[in-house]
Design a binder for this molecule. Structure first.
Ligand SMILES: CC(=O)N[C@H]1[C@@H](OP(=O)(O)OP(=O)(O)OC[C@H]2O[C@@H](n3ccc(=O)[nH]c3=O)[C@H](O)[C@@H]2O)O[C@H](CO)[C@@H](O)[C@@H]1O[C@H](C)C(=O)N[C@@H](C)C(=O)N[C@H](CCC(=O)O)C(=O)O
Ligand SMILES: Nc1ncnc2c1ncn2[C@@H]1O[C@H](COP(=O)(O)OP(=O)(O)OP(=O)(O)O)[C@@H](O)[C@H]1O
Length: 512
């Protein structure tokens, strides 16, 4: 998969005077030229584009304006006029203005899509995939934007960010329109809301899944993190809201929204209430009591944690006009979501699950689910690490959550420039003083996966968490190819498990 499209077919030509009209106080210098596209990155500029000079945490985009002009930028969006021989549009904040300006450059394509924005600490990716499947089941050409990938119909691109920067986002929307997309499901991160990447977008429906401490090294406090998320649920950004009230943040949000809101969840106070959850090796089935009556929904993605994702996807699909049967059918038939409770099955007599849980709460829930999925006498073996360079406060809690497994293999996640040993030590502090369990430390993640699989026996569940769909590990400043799913498969094969067919049993060393 390549990165999202950098160029559209026949370009629009938009004059600076039109762009000046979208932002109060914008001031133009130079000729009223027309631009064909825009970017915030001088390295992406092509002839005829508008370069948006963004002041960032490390650089000031104004310092790259010269390079952008040399690359063919026809005009600049700036916070201060620069001494360059090129037309410029000055605004008080490029960060704030860039979304609406980028939308105008592309002819406000999002306004002609049915658009759902999903936010929350966990569940955004899963809900978005389920929702996209509901759109497709109704025969709509659908789009998807999120952590794993950007999708337009069957075309797929890797995502550099969960929520793209405004110029890239608007270009993708324009491409969706051009390709006949009717509806799109999109993850909206707290960073994106804080940085106004979704400025100028009004979602037809906005979904809140849950909130737990995360990204506090960026947001500072959980209050600020909540505040960033809550901005999605204002008339500036959505027409209606779906809010899960299973945690205190959802309850608080539902009491503050100024748009029509439906609450959902397992909580008795939810308007659309999950009244039954069945979770087993085949997936999750729920009954959702909502305006459509008692609706039965299912997903093949294992883990009771997905019950609220099912409800969120169904309610969002309904809010956008997908009929009940198509919504339920699409959700129920959604293919495996990359790295989200993804089962690796080579016919072995134990379950291997690769998952993206990266908060202590999600890890705890997934270990709880794994205990439910064991066979008679089966154990749960978890392979877990914590990411380097961020969210250090989560490590002891992750360590504590992990020892709810029968065997916990503490390993590296993506340590970046941090010492993997130090990360694991912080995790181990969380496990101190708890009843003795088996904790194994194996810093090499591939070796840790192999070790867990070597220890597994009939009825066990091996849960490999934290990296899900990711294929690169950042270690000691280098990028190393590492895909937990491939590694699990390789380990299973090394132990003699050959294929997913039930008849394919452990390979014998002698032909029978
Ligand atoms: C913390 C954060 O969000 N940082 C974002 C921010 O970076 P920054 O402020 O440091 O930017 P900078 O490097 O100082 O550059 C300033 C400007 O100069 C430009 N520049 C820079 C160099 C050059 O040669 N030419 C040039 O034009 C840059 O393109 C940029 O516009 O603005 C950049 C430009 O848009 C983003 O790429 C960058 O995301 C970084 C890569 C990132 O890792 N972001 C993560 C934390 C993030 O956003 N994550 C959320 C999901 C989180 C989750 O739920 O897991 C996401 O939505 O992906
Ligand atoms: N509704 C939920 N509540 C709590 N945990 C969840 C929920 N849905 C999924 N999870 C757990 O969180 C992990 C990440 O899920 P998902 O990718 O859907 O969330 P996300 O919000 O998109 O996170 P990210 O942006 O980091 O990808 C899953 O692998 C699972 O372990």
């Amino acid at each position: 998969m390549a990165r999202p499209p950098a160029r559209l077919g026949s370009p629009r030509h938009v004059r600076l005077s039109e762009l000046a009209a979208v932002w109060t106080g914008a001031e133009r210098s130079g000729a009223d030229v027309a631009v064909v596209d825009c970017t915030h990155d001088s390295r992406q500029v092509r002839p005829g584009w508008l370069f948006c000079a963004l002041p960032g945490a490390h650089y000031d985009g104004h310092d790259f304006a010269d390079a952008a002009v040399r690359a063919g930028a026809r005009a600049l969006l700036v916070q201060r006029f620069l001494d360059l021989d090129v037309p410029q549009l000055r605004v008080p904040s490029v960060r704030w203005a860039m979304g609406p300006v980028a939308a105008a450059v592309h002819g406000r394509p999002a306004e002609r899509l049915s658009l759902a924005g999903v936010t929350g600490t966990n569940g955004k990716t899963t809900t978005s995939y389920l929702l996209q499947a509901a759109f497709e089941a109704y025969g709509w050409r659908a789009g998807l934007l999120g952590t794993v990938e950007t999708r337009i119909g069957r075309q797929r691109w890797t995502s550099p960010l969960t929520t793209l920067e405004a110029p890239d986002l608007q270009r993708v929307f324009a491409r969706m329109r051009k390709d006949g997309v009717r509806a799109a499901a999109m993850e909206v991160s707290s960073h994106a809301l804080d940085q106004h990447r979704v400025g100028g977008i009004v979602y037809d429906v906005a979904v809140f899944t849950n909130l737990a401490a995360e990204h506090l090294d960026y947001h500072g406090t959980i209050e600020q993190y909540y505040y960033s998320k809550s901005r999605l649920f204002t008339p500036e950004h959505c027409r209606q809201a779906l809010v899960c009230v299973d945690d205190e943040w959802g309850v608080r949000l539902a009491s503050h929204t100024t748009v029509p809101t439906v609450t959902f969840g397992r909580s008795p106070r939810a308007q659309a209430r999950i009244t039954r959850v069945v979770s087993d090796r085949r997936g999750v089935r729920i009954v959702l009591d909502c305006a459509d009556g008692a609706v039965e929904l299912s997903t093949r993605t294992v883990g009771a944690i997905n019950a609220t994702n099912l409800a969120a996807a169904y309610l969002a699909a309904r809010a956008l006009g997908v009929p009940p049967e198509a919504a339920a059918h699409g959700i129920g038939h959604c293919p495996a979501i990359p790295g989200r409770s993804e089962v690796v099955d080579l016919g072995q007599p134990f379950l291997v699950i690769v998952d993206y849980a990266h908060t202590p709460g999600a890890l705890s829930a997934q270990i709880g689910t794994a205990h439910e999925l064991t066979g008679p006498g089966g154990r749960v073996l978890v392979v877990v690490g914590c990411r380097g360079g961020r969210d250090r406060y989560k490590r002891p809690d992750a360590g504590r959550a992990a020892v709810d497994a029968d065997i916990a293999v503490f390993t590296s996640d993506s340590p970046g420039r941090e010492d993997p040993r130090a990360i694991v030590s912080a995790m181990l502090t969380g496990a101190l003083g708890l009843p003795e369990r088996t904790v194994v430390v194996e810093l090499d993640r591939a070796a840790a996966i192999h070790r867990a699989i070597a220890m597994a026996g009939p009825g066990d569940v091996v849960l490999i968490v934290g990296r899900g769909h990711e294929t690169t590990q950042h270690l000691a400043g280098h990028d190393i190819p590492l895909d937990d799913r491939k590694e699990a498969r390789a380990a299973l094969m090394a132990h003699g498990w050959a294929g997913s067919h039930p008849r394919l049993r452990r390979q014998s060393s002698v032909p029978r």
